[in-house]
Design a protein around this ligand. Structure first.
Ligand code: ATR
Length: 283
């Protein structure tokens, strides 16, 4: 019998991650002899853990908080998707050579385009300037959006805008999170995306933007998926805006990783159903 393939999630913490459910469902659906396990790896042991993964022939792994940047120095090469963003969420082990990819940005873009079609030329306000924002911001600008980054710490928004301008040669606007500034930016925008953790369980009553700042022509996407219907999405509904939950990005970034590892298109509908079921049961 062929050896069971092993795939992993490497992060800290990893409790409550949906990735094992999503990938194990995908392997089962396509009859692939493989399993996916989430492992908590504290920063101190990351180098030796990655060396172990390489030597033990583990086929691939996902990287999550807090290792998406630190892992870069431990890999053999980077795909363009990770080079640009300078962060890795997916690694494939090709005969002992570890190659890093980033599927977060494209995953987010696919999730948006599945719902609203081509987003070229759209005005997008992105809330947040952290790791998640970075990958999404790059893919939006590359797809031809006009981007404004809104962040509590303005200097971080400026730094991210600077990196994008330098690498992609496109202007990116920045704004603090003040109500007046947000009202103005959002009134002119087509799409609003929250990339911050605000509104995530257990803080389900928190949102950076309330209904009075939104409008019916807006599409509001929250990348938080716990809960699926965040306070921001509830406010968006109140304002008559179209809402997109974080599930689409989660599934699409995983589907891209699955394709990198197995060479096969992911069974996205099965993966989505399994994630929804899990979220309904566990919350
Ligand atoms: P991630 O990798 O998930 O993006 P991160 O890099 O720590 O996490 O980034 C978190 C983002 O959420 C940041 O943009 C942060 O704003 P600051 O740069 O000002 O810290 C934002 N954020 C987190 N909690 C917030 C809050 N209560 N209000 C406003 N912004 C918040």
């Amino acid at each position: 019998m062929k050896r069971t393939g092993l795939f992993m999630l490497v992060g800290d913490p990893v409790e409550g991650s949906l990735s094992p459910v999503i990938f194990n469902t995908a392997f089962r659906s396509l009859n692939i002899n493989a399993v996916y396990v989430a492992t908590r790896v504290p920063s101190g042991i990351l180098p030796s853990f990655i060396a172990g993964i390489r030597q033990a022939g583990i086929r691939g792994f996902n990287v999550t908080i807090p290792h998406k940047v630190a892992v870069i120095d431990l890999l053999d090469s980077l795909d363009k998707s990770a080079q640009e963003v300078e962060a890795v969420n997916t690694v494939v082990n090709r005969r002992g050579k570890l190659v890093g990819y980033n599927t977060d940005g494209l995953g987010a873009l696919m999730a948006l385009e599945e719902e609203i079609g081509q987003i070229r030329g759209k005005k997008v306000v992105l809330l947040g300037a952290g790791g998640a924002a970075r990958a999404i911001a790059f893919s939006l600008v590359k797809a031809g959006c006009e981007l404004t980054i809104a962040n509590r710490t303005l200097s971080k928004a400026e730094a991210l805008a600077g990196i994008i301008e330098r690498k992609l040669g496109k202007r990116v606007r920045v704004t603090p999170l003040g109500r007046r500034e947000l009202r103005k930016e959002i009134s002119e925008a087509d799409i609003l995306i929250n990339t911050t953790s605000v509104g995530m369980l257990p803080n389900v009553e928190e949102t950076l933007v309330s209904a009075d700042l939104l409008h019916p022509d807006l599409v509001v996407n929250d990348i938080v998926y716990k809960p699926l219907k965040t306070k921001l999405l509830r406010e968006a509904e109140k304002a008559g805006a179209k809402t997109i939950s974080g599930l689409g990005m989660l599934i699409n970034q995983a589907a891209l990783a699955f394709k990198i590892w197995t060479g096969r298109p992911a069974p996205v509908e099965d993966m989505r159903r399994a994630a929804e079921e899990y979220l309904r049961e566990v919350g």
